[in-house]
Ligand binder design. Structure first.
Ligand code: NDP
Length: 293
């Protein structure tokens, strides 16, 4: 199993990253330091998470060279627009304390204001051209958003970060990503969103099929879900603040699921998303002030 991905512009990204959504700022330094000690070299944060500063602090405290760590962050919708998004880069880079961001993505499409989304993406293209970011991409983009973006911009997104776990696999978006040469990156790769969202299904951690497969391999349900995503060729960014689980989620390189096991997990898809409907995201309902650095 490859330990890295080569993105569509040649940049290398670690296969398994570390997420910090809902990690409180006062726990983020410890969580990220633990992750870096464990061996993770890719951190996924976002302007909207309010913890970029702490991610940057952990990177500095780790003693690792900046070039050894792949930093990904996201522009929030409130900062869309060409100039606003250029400035949003300064805010994120300032908080992270870095000159260059490895992967900068748009957090959501704004379907009702797609021209703003396009302007934001054009700013990412400028930042890429200037070398201030090494790769650019999107998140929560559906097939039609990718199609519309492609018509108006020139750089194909390197990644599309979307909700993917055994209960929601979005085959149509995965196919659209593949058609465009975009790497699909799974958020909630162990189904975190199913733990607290009432989507008509229970937590993926309590799934009987996943539990059976986990038992057969002497691994945990979380490890089986990560291995499943990995063998499907997806980028993964599991989140934890617990040192034991941070280590557990990284210990997924020493076993292999069979074709039958992969298919059994694929069959768990309910078609019901846990996160917000990407079509319903508007500035009015999801707007958020992103502070200056
Ligand atoms: P995950 O699938 O990573 O699950 C996280 C949850 O699982 C937490 O409650 C965590 O609790 C728990 N957990 C972690 N490891 C284990 C384990 N081994 N066994 C049992 N429970 C475990 O969900 P997230 O929603 O956090 O998604 C991961 C990342 O994806 C985010 O952190 C963020 O970076 C990104 N994301 C992006 C979104 C977007 O719109 N682009 C939306 C949502 C997430 P504990 O911390 O206590 O271990």
């Amino acid at each position: 199993m490859a330990m890295t991905f080569t993105l569509n512009n040649g940049v290398t990204m670690p296969a398994l990253g570390f997420g910090v959504f809902q990690t409180p700022p006062d726990e983020t330094v410890a969580a990220v330091e633990t992750a870096l000690r464990t061996g993770y070299r890719h951190i996924d944060t976002a302007a909207a998470y309010g913890n970029e500063r702490q991610v940057g602090e952990a990177v500095r405290r780790s003693g690792l060279a900046r070039s050894e760590i792949f930093l990904e962050t996201k522009i929030w919708i409130s900062d869309y627009g060409y100039d606003a998004t250029l400035h949003a880069f300064d805010k994120s880079a300032g908080k992270l304390g870095v000159e260059q961001i490895d992967l900068l993505i748009l957090h959501q499409a704004l379907p009702g204001r797609f021209e703003l989304t396009v302007d934001a993406y054009r700013a990412l293209e400028t930042l890429l051209g200037d070398g201030r970011v090494r790769a650019i991409g999107v998140s929560n983009f559906m097939r039609e958003h990718l199609d519309k973006l492609r018509k108006e911009t020139s750089v194909v997104p390197a990644v599309n970060q979307i909700e993917i776990h055994p209960y929601f696999t979005q085959p149509d978006v995965l196919a659209a990503d593949a058609e465009h040469g975009i790497l699909s990156q799974a958020w909630s790769p162990i189904g975190g969103i199913t733990f607290y969202r009432d989507s008509g299904h229970t937590s993926t951690l309590e799934d009987a099929t996943i539990a059976r497969i986990a038992q057969e391999h002497g691994k945990s349900p979380a490890q089986v879900m990560l291995r499943w995503g990995m063998q499907h060729g997806r980028s993964l960014i599991p989140k934890s603040t617990n040192p034991q689980r941070i280590a557990e989620n990284f210990d997924v390189f020493d076993f292999e699921l069979t074709t039958e096991e992969l298919a059994a997990i694929d069959a768990l898809d309910t078609g019901v998303r846990g996160g917000p409907d990407p079509e319903a995201v508007t500035l009015e309902t999801f707007g958020l002030n992103i502070p200056e650095a």
